[in-house]
Structures are given as structure tokens and as C-alpha cells.
Design a protein around this ligand. Structure first.
Ligand code: IYR
Length: 234
């Protein structure tokens, strides 16, 4: 007897599927084009910023951006992410000290030459001023599995991919609001769990300082691949 025999009969709908009508707003085509051009023009201006101003940023902007990140699709809709927003200068200082220690080791000994060569055009080094200057340092954790109040575990699916999509939503939302970010992945990142006192099932995924760029911020003179080089139509 297969396990499923205790479930609903083959032809009965599964009662756990409870659909509602889709709230889809069909737009006139000229409005679709206008929005497309507006967004691509804005997204072309996005740059990863390594030098931040300490100027405060309204908290509600960050709250809204995180709500937008939380609208990302995820495997089996498990929403396998946690965002820790660090504003306490003492906590930011601890994160910076720990990250710089790892990065020093990376740049001085761990990084293979090909990696250092790949980073050379970006002008990166082990000094991570963004971790103390930016008014918010969002640390995104990937939640490997859920834990119910009774201690039982709920499986998550495609947690890494889901977190990547949510991070993309977050970065795009903050940029659209007029804020700068830097996706930063100190390696290894385990110290973040300790400093931020997160449980074992939450794995550090991304560090994202958020704020205004420093008045004299510079970025490397990089271009992007032309769309024809990244897309195949067939
Ligand atoms: N984690 C280091 C090195 C680094 C790695 C990659 I891949 C980058 O795109 C940029 C930096 C650092 O943060 O400096």
C-alpha cells in the first residue's frame, strides 16, 4: 500500500490548495514601455559603493526595502531568509573588526593570484570603512530550515537561490529609493552568527551596507556586458 493511500482520493482536490483570484493589473502598452525605459535608465546608474557618508537615512525607507525583499519568490514559498539590521555603532565596529581580520588574511595569504588579479580593477582591499560609516548594515541570513515552537523542523527548498533573488529585490529597491549599497561577503562569515547571536540554522549569506555615498565617493570605471552578449533568443 503506498503512503499516499491515506491522503485524499486521486480525483479530489487537495484541501490544502486554497486559491484566490489573481490581482493582476493589465497596463496599456505605452505605459508598459514607459515603465521599462524608466527602470532600465535607473538601474544602469546603480553602482556598488565602497565609501559611505555617515548621514542618517530615514528608517522607514529601509523597512520598506526589506518588505520588498520579502516579496521575493522562494522555493515552496518557505521564505528562507532573515534580515538583521545593524544600527548600533558598537555592533558595527565589532563586525568591521572581525571582517577586516578575515579580509587581511584573504588579501595577504588566502587569495590565489588569479582572484587578486580579478579584483585589481575594483580597487578593493581589507579596509572596510563601509561597515562603520553606513548608517545601516543589513546582514541577510539564509535560513537552512524552519524550527516550529515544539522543536520540529520544517524543510526549506532552494534556500540559496531564494536568498539570491531576495537580495536582488533588496538592492534594486534601495537603489530605486535613492540609496547606495555594497553587496559584501566577507569570507568566512561565521563570525556574524556569533556577533549577531543567530541560531545555527541561520547561515550568513550577505552583508549589505546601506546609506548615501560619501561626497567624494569614486567607483571603478567599469562597463556592463551589452545585452546581446548575455542573452540568447531562440
Ligand atoms: N571578500 C573580499 C574580496 C572580494 C571578493 C569578491 I568575489 C569581490 O567581488 C570583491 C571583494 C572583500 O570584500 O574585499
Amino acid at each position: 500500500m503506498p503512503d499516499r493511500a491515506v491522503g485524499p482520493a486521486e480525483d479530489a482536490p487537495d484541501p490544502r490548495y486554497r486559491p484566490v483570484p489573481l490581482d493582476f493589473r493589465r497596463l496599456p502598452e505605452d505605459e508598459m514601455r514607459r515603465r521599462a525605459v524608466e527602470l532600465v535608465t535607473e538601474m544602469r546608474r546603480r553602482r556598488s559603493v565602497r565609501r559611505f557618508s555617515t548621514e542618517p537615512v530615514p528608517r522607514e525607507l529601509v523597512e520598506t526595502a526589506l518588505e520588498i525583499a520579502g516579496t521575493a519568490p522562494s522555493g515552496a514559498h518557505k521564505q528562507p531568509w532573515r534580515f538583521v539590521v545593524v544600527t548600533d555603532p558598537a555592533v558595527k565596529a565589532r563586525i568591521r573588526a572581525a571582517a577586516e581580520e578575515e579580509e587581511r588574511d584573504f588579501y595577504r595569504s588566502r587569495a590565489p593570484q588569479h582572484w587578486l588579479d580579478a579584483l585589481a580593477p575594483l580597487g578593493t582591499d581589507e579596509v572596510k570603512t563601509h561597515l562603520t560609516d553606513a548608517p545601516y548594515v543589513i546582514v541577510q541570513f539564509k535560513v537552512r530550515h524552519g524550527v516550529h515552537p515544539d522543536g520540529t523542523i520544517e524543510k526549506h527548498y532552494y534556500a540559496t537561490e531564494s536568498c539570491g533573488i531576495a537580495a536582488g529585490f533588496l538592492i534594486a529597491a534601495l537603489h530605486r529609493m535613492g540609496l547606495a549599497t555594497l553587496p559584501h561577503t566577507p569570507s568566512p562569515m561565521a563570525f556574524l552568527s556569533e556577533v549577531l547571536e543567530r541560531p545555527a540554522e541561520e547561515q550568513p549569506f550577505l552583508v549589505l551596507p546601506v546609506g548615501y555615498p560619501a561626497a567624494d565617493a569614486e567607483v571603478p570605471d567599469l562597463g556592463r556586458k551589452p545585452v546581446d552578449d548575455i542573452v540568447v533568443w531562440r
